[in-house]
Design a protein around this ligand. Sequence first.
Ligand code: AMP
Length: 604
Amino acid sequence: MGKLIGIDLGTTNSVCAYMDRRDPIVIINAEGGRITPSVVGISKNGERFVGDIAKRQLLINPEATIHSIKRFMGRRYQDAEKDMALVQYKVVETKNGDTAVEIGDRRYLPQEIAAMILQKLRKSAEDFLGEQVTEAVITVPAYFTDRQRQATKDAGTIAGLDVLRIINEPTAAALAYVHDRRKSSTIAVYDFGGGTFDISILEVDRDLAEVRATRGNNQLGGADIDRKVVDWLLEQFNREHGIDVSEDKVVLQRLRDAAERAKLELSSAMETDIHLPFLLADAGGPKHLQCSLSRYTFESLAQALFDETIEECQRALQDCRLAPDDVDEIILVGGSSRIPKIQEMVKGLFERPLNKTFNPDEVVAIGAAIQAGILEGDVKAVTLLDVTNFSLGIEVEGRRAAKLIPKNTTIPAQKTQLVSTVVDNQRTVKIHVLQGESPLARENVSLGEFELQGIEPAPRGVPRIQVKFAIDANGIVQVSAKDSRSGVSNAITIDAPTGLSQMEIDQLREEHATQGADVEEPEEVKQLRGQIEKQLVSLESFLRDNRGFLQKKDVFEIEQALKRGRMALLKSSDKGNLDELSMYLARFFAHLADKTGAGDTPIH
Ligand code: AMP
């Protein structure tokens, strides 16, 4: 058996950790980072790049660079429209009504893309630990549905990992908290990441972590905040130049990138400048975007999203009948929880300082590693009592939904309900499994349906059919039905809700294993990149220092060279291309020096 690791498979970034005896350690990836961007780039010949390299090509090749895949995991195409507006790659509908990503003439299921990220993490862990990694605990947002959990588990399997447990991200954060302290308290985990928001209220004790309530929105995250800023930037550009650029994919990706950078800066600064030269060029010449965004304006743009998270916190408190000041500790998780306004609002709600002892990017992976340690028997067991986040039930007469397991029930859980026939001598009943809160069947999520055949003929209402629901510790649902007179039974695990059978998963696993790990940049390419970076920095500083003395057309020429250099640097990982770029920059600088007499400015 190989090593067991804990993985936080995030919308934006992923982190993995393991237990070194009693201590959780974050694993360093091949690029030397503690976090790996959850981004996959696919080249024309089908090669894949994962992590930092892929993130770099996002700007210039957005159609073949897949980010935020977690938003599409286990989602139906018709439900995912809002998320499609947040990405530049093509999302298509599979014949089962699920989502897939289309790059060139190949389709990838979200589970496959997630598997590529998991494979990269697995490889990093194997290199770091010097041993094989075959098993994992993977975290998911508390608000992930059964389909989304199952899709995550399938992604692990495709990546060659035996997923021993799926745990909720806030529960993992609570485990990290309990691991060191072991004192009784009520804690709130406020988890605001790149694509999802969750709030969980937990009672923790020396060796028990019990989730009392959990609420959230798995379609609300940092990317939605960025979108608000992008809309504002589009407005600014339109006001200044009278051009609507909202349909231009490359421009949109540049705006998204600038919006995120501005957002990050506004977590420490009160104002930030956004400068996007050559955003567009038309017959009237190049068009730039230059504006400044204050923290105040940023906060008003995103206020409705911030409010939504606070309302969810209030609902979670109501669910477990607690007042805000009953909560002893507030743990922040996820990159978006770094926004000062968010911190102020959360602190205001709970009337308590925030616990800042944990790194919000790493605490979930650390909790997953602790859960892995518990499963391995190396860490003293903490009993985790998690809850279901949605009610589960079946469709009954009149197209209504009958709840069998109400939301916030502690899992694992089981419930049995007796149902009967609605017409005389009915031989078959259809069991339609639903997830959601509405009394109307059609307003809930359909998890699947199955038929129980061979019921003994009898007047309506006489047969006694036992419908049994079981939810395991991973939050995965199994439903069975049995006619007590004839003894016939049937059962489904809602285990192929994402349209993948075990055989298909095994096939994908083999296919991905033979494709090997993602491509990593050779050392000499890394060095060339470093050299070009330096050349571009020299050129930029030359332009900054001499702008006043240069002719307009020289400035334009330098800006074009810088743009070309930056683009090529982002776009290419090919040694030949990069060599050529470096030589071009050196020649360009020599030509500039000839013209301006700036021969002594260093360029290498
Ligand atoms: P996660 O899913 O936890 O990796 O969070 C990623 C999200 O957090 C992205 O939307 C980031 O833009 C956002 N983020 C990271 N750091 C900060 C920060 N300092 N201020 C605001 N948002 C941040």
